[in-house]
Design a protein. Structure first.
Length: 676
């Protein structure tokens, strides 16, 4: 029989492709009557054979020559059906309609034939192969490793298929493949994401773009938002990728939607060697917010801003630590962005936050951003006249000028992320004369005051003279009248924290001076306002590879645990436990242990839900020292709060880890039992 009747192809797809686009109205009426007659005949055949249950299935599944010639205008009836498909109550739209229509018909059953069809150069064969592969996977079948590798290699080529009908079917099949073999496709995930991102940058129908976005949503649900977020950040900094503006826009928008769904502790790529993916990606995104010269500049700039804010909100401590690695102009751009966004929401932030998602509330972050951004601008404008500037300007006076070895931006990022809830509205901008109740300016120029002389000359010294001056400063802090120390408080703290970042000998002397300041209980109210700044600098020194410096830092950690408010200290340290890498996280855990040992259970109990997940994660760290410190910290916590309070947080531990922890707990308790 001639092939014009459509019996040689499944579903008559080749016939439909050659039909005229719009038959006359009279012909449509005649063909509609022919279709009704054909449907009635199919119903009669269905009742006789008791096989086909619907007229549509009868028409699709009956491929005999008799059924095709039973209608006078069978070919035109197919044409008529094709033109009334959009209003047919039994039909669906798009590629899914074609997919299910093909599933009703006999399809390829052998997986080798399916793969050959998918690899064909003819689009109709590829379409049949994709439909058959979907049916094969939906039937519960799986692919061998060799078959899966062959399929993914072919799918990588299909991602560039220019035929819309095949590509939309291909996206459906990709979703089925991911659902079936998600655990086996992690190595292919980056290839899939990069090709889909680049596809979004080409000229596509809106329906195809929506289909790609739905496929990306499927990928995110299957592999987890943390995994795909990391790969998306890698895509932005991959030197082998050359995305155009539309691709960048699509990736940034997808990042902004994915970040709120991710787990803050595992969302960001780990630092490998000297390459920090997150810092590099932030650099690019901030750069896109700073320029208008590129095509679609305003749209891309807004998308980059939303992505940066989403990452900042996902894990504020981690992201702000990465800000410290960026150039100064990038730091200021990030500060301006975050300040502007939070200021828009300041009206809603005035009311108490019902549920905190992190240790620090948004209004605390906002107040810190507001202060620190103003300080940075003040520092930039006044750097040329620093010698005559007032010493009561807060953070800008906490930092030294360029000739002294301290990173202003590092201190700023610490303040940006970690704002103290006990500070007043003016915070660090309160002058010394107001803070300590003395009548007089904070800039001390009197040559009669020995401490003032030391403070005035210490920045001009070097080598052994500087070390001697810092040691003398520590002695002054220890022995001088508390009123005098309070009057010079900010200048002393600026110098001490500044030289903690200097050479080894200066760092040791500075830590000794800071330790003496922490011992003076009369300075407690002033020290509280600088809790975050003190902690960030001390933890940096504590994590230094030099063991001698770490030993000099331990007394400071112990004094911090006793001198500063424990709730502020814990709210600062807990996020840093998972935000930093080794050995930074090790130092944070040790500092938390010191705080636990110094505080009663009533202070510690409210922090268990925030503290324990980080300790459990550290218990599985690749570094043995981190694991050991986490165990000791949990033992100290158990000693304070008791087993009933701690036990619910240990249910996720493996039997071996739980047994080891209980061994250390029993070992800690045995001396107490012997003494009693």
């Amino acid at each position: 029989m001639p092939p014009t009747s459509g019996g040689g192809r499944r579903g008559g797809s080749s016939i439909r492709s050659t039909l005229p686009s719009r038959p006359p109205l009279l012909s449509q009426r005649i063909l509609h009557q022919s279709l009704e007659a054909e449907t009635a005949l199919a119903d009669a055949l269905g009742e006789t054979n008791n096989v086909l249950t619907s007229p549509r299935r009868a028409r699709l599944e009956d491929h005999s020559d008799d059924s095709e010639t039973s209608s006078v205008c069978s070919e035109r009836s197919f044409e008529s059906n094709a033109h009334r498909r959009t209003s047919d109550s039994f039909s669906w739209s798009g590629s899914q309609s074609r997919l299910y229509r093909e599933l009703w018909e006999p399809c390829l059953r052998d997986i080798n034939e399916i793969m050959l069809a998918c690899e064909s150069t003819h689009w109709s064969d590829r379409k049949d192969g994709l439909v058959s592969l979907s049916a094969y996977l939906q039937a519960g079948n799986t692919l061998s490793p060799h078959q899966l590798a062959r399929i993914t290699d072919n799918f990588t080529k299909m991602l560039s298929d220019s035929h819309t009908k095949v590509f939309t079917l291909f996206l459906d099949t990709v979703s089925d493949l991911i659902t079936t073999h998600c655990s086996d496709l992690h190595q292919w995930l980056y290839v899939l994401l990069t090709r889909l991102f680049h596809k979004l940058g080409s000229d596509l129908l809106t329906s195809v773009q929506a289909k790609i976005m739905r496929t990306l949503d499927t990928v995110r649900e299957a592999f987890g938002p943390e995994s795909v977020l990391g790969w998306a950040l890698r895509f932005l900094v991959d030197p082998t990728q050359t995305p155009n503006a539309r691709v960048k826009l699509a990736v940034l928008q997808w990042l902004a939607k994915t970040a709120p769904l991710a787990d803050p502790s595992t969302a960001f790529p780990s630092v490998t060697g000297e390459k920090d993916i997150t810092a590099l990606a932030l650099t690019k995104m901030i750069g896109w917010t700073m320029g208008d010269s590129i095509k679609q500049g305003s749209e891309l700039r807004r998308a980059a801003q939303e992505a940066i804010l989403a990452l900042f909100n996902l894990n504020t401590p981690y992201v702000t630590l990465r800000f410290a690695q960026l150039p100064k102009e990038y730091q200021e751009a990030a500060a301006s962005l975050i300040q502007g966004r939070v200021r828009k929401a300041s009206g809603s932030l005035d009311s108490p936050v019902g549920k905190q998602e992190s240790c620090l509330s948004p209004d605390q972050v906002y107040r810190s951003i507001k202060r620190t951004t103003a300080e940075i601008q003040s520092y930039t404008c006044d750097s040329k006249v620093a010698d005559t500037a007032s010493h009561d300007s807060g953070i800008s006076q906490m930092s030294l000028n360029d000739k002294n070895d301290i990173d202003l931006l590092s201190n700023w990022t610490a303040q940006l992320s970690l704002s103290s809830p006990t500070r007043s509205t003016n915070g660090l901008d309160v002058p010394d004369s107001t803070t300590n109740g003395l009548n007089g300016t904070s800039e001390l120029t009197g040559s009669e005051d020995t401490l003032g002389k030391t403070l005035d000359t210490i920045d001009t010294l070097a080598g052994d003279e500087k070390k001697l001056a810092l040691s003398l400063l520590a002695t002054h802090v220890k022995e001088a009248d508390p009123v005098v120390i309070s009057h010079h408080f900010k200048r002393i703290l600026r110098i001490v924290l500044g030289y903690i970042q200097g050479d080894l000998e200066s760092r040791e002397a500075s830590l000794s001076a800071l330790c003496e300041m922490l011992k003076k209980r009369t300075l407690g109210s002033q020290l509280q306002s600088f809790t975050e700044l003190i902690l960030i600098n001390v933890i940096k020194a504590y994590s230094d590879p030099n063991r001698e410096l770490a030993k000099h830092t331990e007394p400071c950690i112990e004094e911090i645990a006793n001198a500063l408010l424990p709730d502020i200290v814990l709210r600062v340290l807990i996020p840093l436990m998972t935000a930093g890498t080794y050995p930074y996280n090790l130092s944070v855990i040790k500092a938390i242990t010191k705080v636990i040992e110094a505080q009663p259970d009533t202070v510690l109990l409210p922090f268990l839900p925030e503290l324990m997940p980080g300790l459990i994660q550290a218990y599985g760290h690749e570094e043995s020292l981190v694991r050991k410190s986490a165990v000791f910290c949990m033992v100290a916590l158990h000693d304070k709060v008791g087993d009933p309070q701690l036990r619910p947080f240990l249910v996720g531990l493996s039997a071996s880890k739980l047994k080891l922890l209980e061994l250390y707990i029993n070992k800690r308790q045995s001396p107490k039992s012997d003494n009693s």
